[in-house]
Design a protein. Sequence first.
Length: 347
Amino acid sequence: MFRCLLAPAAFLYKAGVVFRHRLFDWGILKSERFDIPIVCIGNITVGGTGKTPMAEMIVGYMSQMHNVALLSRGYGRRTKGYREVQADSHYRDVGDEPLQIKFKFPDTVVAVCEKRAEGIRRIRAEHPEVDLVVLDDGFQHRYVEPKINVVMIDATRPIQHDRMLPVGSLRDVPEELHRAHYFVVTKCPEKMAPIDRRILRKVLIQVAYQRVYFTRFESFMPQPLFADEAPPEPLGQGRQVIALSGIGNPRPFLDSLHARYEVVAEMTLDDHHVYKVRDMHALRALLAKHPGAAIVTTEKDAVKMTRRERIPEEIRRSLYYQPINISFIEDSATDFLQKLEQDVRGN
């Protein structure tokens, strides 16, 4: 019943999205090309599809051959305009995901700007050595014409069965997938049936040169956020943990914790949640209720809690984050990255 009430809003939203695309197709709105390659990582759904781990993978590989810069909108920040991310930036000023990437790649230029074309021009002016820009979440943007579009697809929410916002999770129309060069299907089951892969390839591929890769998230042993205050022994399997997350789709994170640990409590917050004093009080209450438990959070949430003076001591001693990466099921990550590099250098 509720979905039926939202259907008119979904229809109007879709009409607006389609009309905007037509304005670009007709040349009324302009896409800007640049003299260096732009690799855009995007999706057509809301919620976590793995854009940040993919950006980290591409930045890490391409930095071996190129001077790479990463440009993001900096979603959720309280600032406007162009800002370059520094290791000591506050996540409220630059966004949590760009700061996470800067922590991992301190020598890489990471910048945020809601106007992507303006952001690329600033990078070119201030960092002339940069010869490749990775554009985070720009598939819908279209004011920049990338050389390569990498589109992330959530296997748990097949686009052929999804609906436009606010009824479903689609924020763009599947008809625009013809602009993609690579599809990376994430959150695939470990033993994905060949017929399921064939169906997805048939749904996604609209142009002969498009490639589809199937992946899943691989999680690793949680690491202490404040190593100098944490117990010396690692967080062993079967320990009691409190799951803390503020991400778009926390289900894979929670499932991985349930598979390894005794999850005694879950504190699930909105995507890009801004942590406040009341959240620290809530965590302290959970620790008091479950003495000896550890708090395990995501990498994206961990970057918001690195300021030691704002985190109570008992939380610092118990706080861990879980690293993840993207694991390819059929082909190797090397195969994907080498083909991507060939396309970056080619015509």
